[in-house]
Design a protein around this ligand. Sequence first.
Ligand code: SIN
Length: 358
Amino acid sequence: MSSITGIPENSPHILVLGMGGTIAGLAFNPEDSPLQYQAGQVGVEALVGHIQSAVPEGVKLVSYQLANINSRNLTDAHLTALGTAVKEALLDPVVKGVVITHGTDTIEETGLFLQATCGKLAQTQAKRVILTGAMLPSNAPGADGPSNLLDALRWASTAIDNCPGGIYAVMDGRGCMAMDLAKRHATALNAPLQNSPSSSVGLINPSWLSGVKAVQAAWNEDLPIPQENEWPWVEILTSHAGARAETVAQWLKSDVRGLVVAGSGLGGLHDAWVEPLDKAMAQGIALVRTTRTGAGRILPNIPEADASGCRAASALTAPRARIALQLALNAAKQANLAGKPLTWQDFFARIADLPEIR
Ligand code: SIN
């Protein structure tokens, strides 16, 4: 029996973990105003019950509600619980695959987190973990949740030629590696996959698949999942016209352990921030530089030379870079306690330098 879910199920099944989101949302007046709603209102068991008759024959589903939240309120503790449950499921021989219903607002963070902490295990156990969500609440006309959930269940449960175990996501009939999720549209049904190299569900595209395999070959070791009270505090600051030194300076008096700075264009920072950021690094605050544009690769020393110790985020968007930095700081701390002289930059590079799927 799993210690997280306590599910006493001994026959082979797909585990469906509910986290909440719009897929579990209810609109107050669905016909007239479907986007006026509350996320995280319907239980995962009801979501699964709704599509049960369309699930491939012989596939047994077991659902468990880990949370039922609007994902904008996702906490470190939620990620610890989710990562631990996924890890346990991957190691449990009766669980054949995992589907996670999740809010799309921060699905990007969860996707990167699961790849970095469970990606290798999913691959070696040859099991697929599929994240999904919805852009329309469950009672809206044309709600997209049921078809997304069905696609996720099919992908998690069906033998697909050549598609290895791993952490994936599906929305609006398209699939991607979960680490490539990036919600870049407020309302489009494929919003979380807007910038993601993706593949049609049921028709795994060979060039996408070779990208998946390149990522998996490069991802050698999962990082530890921080205990719920162990997550280092990392903030995102966005550089903008009229930026002030005080915006950075105020963090020098806090317990913040890292800053992700979303610069403009190529990741350039407002001149007013250079001095306080130097001070932050001298105080031991980790600094990662990415771009506020939401896409594109940020390279070291472009557009200007980086201060020593500052790390360019490569293709990681600000929300993903923030999770990567938290995991890297935690992994470096654990490594140092075990006598290994590894830095947060070593661990961050493992994530940031993964090959890109095109
Ligand atoms: C949420 O992220 O929980 C709300 C928005 C969504 O799921 O699309």
